[in-house]
Design a protein. Structure first.
Length: 70
């Protein structure tokens, strides 16, 4: 599972790569791994315009958008 999390509390250096972090829970026999990459709202907009900006091996194909309840 790969998640792009839009985080308004990030202040990366311009041009910094998007780096995913593995956050797979320690559960026996979990059939998948969980990776999360935090991005700024601006980076998210850039990714929408240029999907090639996602980390290597990632794709926006089949993506789902989930928003927090307000």
């Amino acid at each position: 599972m790969r998640l792009l999390e839009v985080n308004t509390g990030l202040y990366p250096e311009p041009g910094s790569p998007i780096v995913p972090v593995e956050t797979t829970p320690a559960v026996t026999d979990l059939p998948f791994r969980v990776w999360v990459a935090d991005v700024t709202p601006d980076e998210s907009n850039q990714i929408q315009a240029n999907p090639g900006l996602v980390p290597p091996g990632w794709s926006l194909e089949g993506r789902q958008t989930i928003r927090r309840a307000q």
